[in-house]
Design a protein around this ligand. Structure first.
Ligand SMILES: [Fe+2]
Length: 129
């Protein structure tokens, strides 16, 4: 009877954090690929029991991807910096800010630590003042 070699996955040394970050990025890729695979299977069947299981497992993969992303932020300080800056840059991009304003929105708000000004938008809350 064939059996799995118990030494199959052994490595000769421990990974550095940089090497571990590379490995975790591959894990994220695998989680995202699994989400797409399960989504395709969900769309390809009318079997409600199978769909329920696929939805559950697909959501687990989303959670795994999110947890791995948190781990990457701890292993890769450069990635963590982009993660902190992304919400502000995203908001600037979708509200029509200039490329320069988006690029200046890094930590400290760009040169001299000046925070970029968000484009003005009319909002319901804006009329309350
Ligand atoms: Fe997973």
């Amino acid at each position: 009877m064939p059996q799995t070699n118990p030494f199959h996955s052994l490595v000769p040394r421990k990974l550095s954090d940089s090497e571990l970050a590379r490995s975790i990025r591959l894990n994220i890729e695998a989680e995202l690929d699994a989400i797409n695979l399960y989504a395709a299977h969900l769309e390809a069947t009318d079997n409600e029991e199978a769909k329920a299981i696929l939805r559950h497992v697909m959501d687990e993969e989303r959670e795994h991807a999110a947890l791995f992303w948190q781990l990457i932020a701890r292993l890769d300080p450069d990635q963590a910096k982009h993660d902190r800056e992304a919400p502000k840059k995203y908001q600037l991009i979708v509200t029509g800010a200039s490329h320069e304003a988006v690029e200046a929105a890094g930590e400290g708000g760009g040169e001299g630590g000046v925070e970029p000004e968000l484009p003005r938008q009319l909002t319901v809350g804006g009329f309350r003042r």
